[in-house]
Design a protein around this ligand. Structure first.
Ligand code: FES
Length: 311
């Protein structure tokens, strides 16, 4: 189910990041959300519909949602469409808020590692920590102060908990820092894939339990960077999926006619049922329960031989 919203305000946060305020239409209200939540936005441009995930950056008690979008130079068009075509007063639809990342209630200390626009899910999580008196710190890396989204806000609200690293000034987050956090710390990492992998690897080598290291799911797609070939059975057909192809592409080359939209595991349009076999799930759409019997072939893959159906 989708929610219609109106773009009520647009702020140029940095030269490459814009903030968009989304308000409900007329007498409607928006569902409450939890810290770390994100929404899917459905933005139409000509015959295309860009489906993208964005974290909610505002306070959950507000009667609106706010998202912040980095314009990607070599992206697939979604962020450019937001930056270049979306105007105040425009209407669009969004999903209900979803949470794959949230503060762990058992943590004795929360440490947020943000790379660039990866700061966005942490804004509401840090507010939550402050409100509950939970101990936290932020390590935030950006190219320059000028490119650092929410720099003034963070400096004002969390000056004692934050360390900024400006890479153009030769500063960088040392993954070895994870050794210095006390026992019972939970790590939350969001940023470019290499940034996430570096910190996650350092944490696991240091001995953090897997459950204490949290990555923002919608940027961890393809995180192992490796695609095994595998075989899929669909009714009478046997389809070999090579390393370069997605299962979606392989199925549609065989004439399966599976509909799709985002091709990023975010919208659920390409969902198929899994009857047999092991799946490597790489989407940010299905719940753990749904993953027992469903998969999104635009990003997820099988291991060995799997059996799927369109139902
Ligand atoms: S096309 Fe959107 S999840 Fe596969």
């Amino acid at each position: 189910m989708r929610i219609p919203v109106v773009v009520s305000k647009i702020i140029q946060e940095t030269p490459h990041v814009k903030r968009f305020t989304l308000k409900p239409q007329l007498d409607q209200s928006l569902p409450r959300f939890h810290p770390g939540a994100h929404i899917l936005t459905y933005l139409h441009s000509g015959s295309e519909c860009f489906v993208r995930s964005y974290s909610l950056t505002n306070c959950p008690s507000h009667d609106y949602y706010e998202i912040a979008i980095l314009k990607k130079v070599r992206g697939s068009g979604g962020s450019s469409c937001w930056h270049e075509h979306v105007k105040r007063g425009q209407t669009l639809t969004i999903s209900y808020p979803r949470n794959f990342l949230h503060p762990d209630l058992s943590a004795k200390h929360h440490v947020f590692y943000a790379g660039g626009i990866g700061i966005t899910p942490f804004l509401s999580m840090m507010r939550w920590c402050r409100k509950r008196g939970a101990s936290f710190e932020l390590h935030y890396s950006a190219k320059t102060k000028h490119d650092c989204a929410f720099y003034e806000y963070i400096n004002r609200e969390h000056p004692d908990q934050t360390t900024f690293y400006f890479t153009r000034e030769g500063e960088r987050i040392d993954p070895g820092l994870v050794k210095q956090h006390r026992i019972g710390t939970h790590l939350y990492i969001c940023g470019p894939e290499s940034f996430q992998n570096e910190i996650k690897t350092a944490a696991l080598h240091t001995g953090y339990p897997k459950g204490s290291v949290h990555l923002e799911s919608f940027v961890q797609l393809h995180s192992d960077g490796f695609n095994n070939p595998f075989t899929a059975r669909l009714e009478e057909k046997i389809i070999n999926v090579n390393q370069e192809d997605t299962l979606l592409d392989a199925l549609n080359k065989e004439g399966a006619g599976i509909p799709f939209s985002c091709r990023m595991g975010q919208c659920g349009t390409c969902e198929v049922a899994v009857k047999k076999g092991d799946i490597v799930h790489r989407d940010s759409f299905l719940t753990e329960e749904e993953r027992c019997s469903r998969m999104l072939p635009c990003v997820s893959r099988g291991e060995g031989v799997i059996e799927i159906s369109m139902k």
